[in-house]
Design a protein around this ligand. Structure first.
Ligand SMILES: Nc1nc2c(ncn2[C@@H]2O[C@H](COP(=O)(O)OP(=O)(O)O)[C@@H](O)[C@H]2O)c(=O)[nH]1
Ligand SMILES: [Mg+2]
Ligand SMILES: [Zn+2]
Length: 221
């Protein structure tokens, strides 16, 4: 019984996500679903990404949180169109929540829409939003055992950002182990080391993201 209910929820979500994906393709917007546990650095990465790419493309953001609009305020400070979704308890975003934000955006003028998912290393990876790329962030402070313990998010993501590299001298974490375990789960995953504190790796990350726009056959509007 429980299995059927879960299957129905995921099937209903997949239908809505497919409609979202059709709209994004028609409007020529690349959509990225950014996922991590709370505090790994999703909003910090977004701030850095916006600072680097803002003059070159039009970016919009959807912020997903259980409560509060603090992240949306951080993004709005960059003068970027942003919508906050408060899930009121739910621990992930779904296709329907994304669809409900559409009237806030002028998709004809957007190149890139970033969705910051609810901080959670587990179920955000199960729910298709209609995005083109899923990106996971793992910070070195969380430990190098996380790919083996939470494989789905690493399996589903096209890129893994290992963040807070500046903290490596202070934590017991092997970047090599994170790389090896992630590649065991997903041989195709791109792995980039970054620090939102020092800016290390941010230009390589922005190049990877810009390449995804080109790979989808989209130009900058
Ligand atoms: N030392 C260090 N701190 C970072 C880095 N990136 C983010 N932080 C800090 O980690 C905390 C959580 O970051 P935030 O971007 O809000 O994470 P989110 O919950 O995933 O959106 C904040 O205090 C950030 O300043 C980093 O590369 N190095
Ligand atoms: Mg955040
Ligand atoms: Zn959830």
């Amino acid at each position: 019984m429980k299995i059927n209910v879960v299957r129905n929820i995921l099937e209903a979500n997949a239908r809505i996500a497919a409609e979202n994906r059709e709209l994004f393709a028609e409007k020529k917007v690349l959509v990225m679903n950014l996922m991590s546990s709370p505090g790994a650095g999703k909003t910090s990465l977004l701030e850095k990404t916006i600072d680097s790419l803002k003059g070159r493309m039009a970016i919009g953001v959807i912020e997903g949180d259980i409560q509060s609009s603090q992240d949306a305020e951080r993004i709005a400070a960059k003068d970027i169109p942003v919508v906050q979704i408060n899930t009121g308890g739910a621990c992930h975003l779904d296709g329907n929540m994304i669809r409900d934000t559409f009237h806030h955006f002028d998709f004809d003028a957007l190149d890139l829409l970033v969705v910051e998912n609810v901080g959670n290393l587990v179920c955000p990876a199960e729910f298709d939003l209609g995005e083109d790329v899923k990106v996971a962030i793992l910070s070195v402070a969380e430990g190098d055992d996380k790919p083996a313990k939470y494989p789905l998010i690493f399996h589903e993501s096209q890129a893994l950002l290992i963040n807070k590299i500046d903290l490596l001298p202070y934590v017991d974490c092997s970047v090599e182990k994170i790389r090896a375990e992630s590649l065991k789960i997903n041989t195709q995953i791109a792995i980039l080391e970054v620090s939102c504190r020092t800016g290390l790796g941010i230009s390589e990350w922005c190049a990877w993201l810009t390449d995804r726009i080109a790979a989808k056959g989209l130009g900058i509007k």
